[in-house]
Design a binder for this molecule. Structure first.
Ligand code: HEM
Length: 522
């Protein structure tokens, strides 16, 4: 309801003062002191100067001066909503995770969608991967499933992530182009990184131009582990399937929409939820054991690979519904902090070298972005189950230990002595055997960069395949250096000769001999 009438008076400069009366709250300083005049600073004489003594003026300005915090180093532009996860099929046989035990039980959730490369003010419909990050507030602690709308990634090892992102963001000297793809630096990096080819097929497909957040799939990408009460492990890949179906726009539409309404996706989510048309996804899992994992010639620890659903169908185990917009964008959407290693008992990480790096990176960046070690006290990040430990102090500490003891073990008794470990309920990591000596190498099982890229391309409808070819021609046509273009085309030859030839033709380049030889002659 919009309040339209206030008691009004006129100030000495003719300005309008709207004053508290009846149900209208009194304006106060941060210290709670009622404010009499919010429109004129305190001056020495009618024409100034303004006095340092004016604490209300100084507080208002100093607070404004400090409103900005660093935007996320990636996924800066995002939009989020509240909802719940409801279990429809119990996973109690493979995991002790509380969220997966009781069919019908609901767990509160918060979901942030994002683009990766653009800054906080960039348009929604850039050709880019979309983040799909879910925080579940489970009864045994938070679980963050920090996924994307594409099931694979550009690189196999987290040590390459800073290079990938530097290459994708605006060039350091000219600070353009802002788009991820139409970019010499980006394609230069890609042309030297064959492991990115599977992801490139997805990036150039319609998946990176979603019609709406509501019509995107989501993927946990990595192989994770589920653990039962005895510590037995089952590998798992997580999938989100949109109830509204998978829908995209085409490039031509994306360009126009970006110009006409850069907030297209956030407006769509806000409007849908407020209209009661709640977006919904099914949660699916692919469950498998070590023996199944070893049956492939690719590695399930390699994030540039999927496990095809024809080989291992996705089992639907629950639904996610978003039914409430945020009260405040900054407090919730900006300050939410996800981390791949925020996992409750029963869920654990695998040795995927990309995931291992992420486990370090999120916490590290959030310490800076959110100003110190107490960001778990911010309501959007706080667990909704009891939290009790001896961590204390630091900037903005809100939940210091109460009472005498702030250490353990101690002899202050069961209440005054504070919390204790629980060997049964507590989180335990999977007791994996170490694999061998310390080495800085990539295993042979990570070596095939082209088979799944081809599989994805050929799984697409003819019109979708055409869009992939068109997108490659468009993006590479913006690349100034011919050697970069031809290096990319030579990778395409290893994926599909027709695609390589189409792109070479489109760029006015000679079709590589290898592509000519591989094409049918009719
Ligand atoms: C942020 C997904 C790889 C570092 C995010 C966000 C998502 C995401 C969804 C946004 C979280 C939010 O909404 O607040 C992924 C996926 C990856 C991947 C699916 C690969 C499978 C990586 C890697 C690193 C990394 C390899 C670093 C080694 C970061 C950082 C942020 C971020 C630093 C910003 C977090 C913050 O400031 O709160 N990622 N990411 N990501 N990601 Fe990743």
């Amino acid at each position: 309801k919009v309040e339209t009438s206030f008691a009004e008076t006129q100030g000495s400069g003719g300005e309008t003062h709207q004053v508290a009366e009846g149900d209208v709250a009194v304006l106060t300083t941060q210290q709670g002191v009622p404010v009499a005049d919010d429109q004129n600073s305190l001056k020495q004489g009618a024409r100034g100067p303004t006095l340092l003594e004016d604490f209300h003026f100084r507080e208002k300005i100093f607070h404004f001066d400090h409103e900005r915090i660093p935007e996320r180093v990636v996924h800066a532009r995002g939009y989020a909503a509240h909802g719940f996860f409801e279990l429809t099929d119990s996973l109690a046989d493979v995991t002790r995770a509380d969220i997966f035990q009781r069919v019908g039980e609901r767990t509160p959730a918060f979901v942030r969608f994002s683009t990766v490369a653009g800054s906080k003010g960039s348009p929604d419909l850039a050709r880019d991967v979309r983040g799909f990050a879910v925080k579940f507030y489970t009864k045994e602690g938070n679980w963050d499933l920090v996924g994307n709308n594409i099931p694979v990634f550009f690189i196999q090892d987290a040590i390459k992530f800073p290079d990938l992102i530097h290459a994708a963001k605006p060039a350091p000297d000219r600070a353009f182009p802002q788009a991820q793809t139409a970019h010499d630096n980006f394609w230069d990096f890609i042309s030297l990184t064959p492991e990115s080819m599977h992801m490139i097929m997805w990036i150039m497909s319609d998946r990176t131009l979603p019609r709406s957040f509501r019509t995107m799939e989501g993927f946990g990408v990595h192989t994770f582990r589920l653990l039962d009460a005895d510590g037995r492990s089952t590998f798992v890949k997580f999938h989100w399937k949109p109830k509204a179906g998978l829908q995209s726009v085409v490039w031509n539409e994306a360009v126009k929409i970006n110009g006409a309404d850069p907030d297209f996706h956030r407006r769509d989510l806000w409007d849908a939820i407020n209209a009661g048309d709640f977006p919904e996804w099914e949660l699916g899992v692919q469950l498998f054991d070590e023996e199944f994992a070893n049956s492939f010639d690719f590695d399930v620890l390699d994030s540039t690979k999927i496990i095809p659903e024809e080989i291992l169908p996705v089992r639907i185990v629950g639904r996610l519904v978003l039914d409430r917009v945020v009260d405040n964008f900054f407090a919730e959407t900006e300050q939410v902090a996800f981390c791949t290693q925020t996992v409750p008992p029963g869920i654990d990480v695998s040795n995927d070298p990309l995931l291992q790096g992420r486990n370090f990176s999120y916490l590290d960046t959030q310490l800076k972005r959110l100003g110190g070690p107490n960001f778990t006290h911010i309501p959007i990040n706080a667990a909704k189950c009891p939290v009790s430990n001896f961590q204390q102090d630091g900037h903005m500490a809100m939940t210091n230990p109460k009472g005498r003891a702030n250490y353990e073990p101690n002899t202050w008794g069961p209440v005054a002595g504070g919390p204790r470990e629980d060997p049964v309920k507590g989180f335990r990591s999977y007791a994996a055997e170490p694999d061998g000596p310390k080495l800085r190498i990539r295993p042979e099982s990570f070596a095939d960069h082209y088979s799944q890229a081809r599989q994805f391309l050929l799984s697409q409808e003819p019109i979708e395949q055409k869009h992939i070819g068109d997108a490659l021609v468009f993006e590479l046509s913006k690349v100034e250096r011919p050697d970069i273009r031809s290096r990319v085309v030579s990778h395409l030859v290893n994926i599909d000769a027709d695609l390589a030839a189409t792109v070479a033709d489109g760029l006015g380049m000679p079709v590589p001999e290898a592509a000519q030889a591989a094409r049918p002659t009719n």
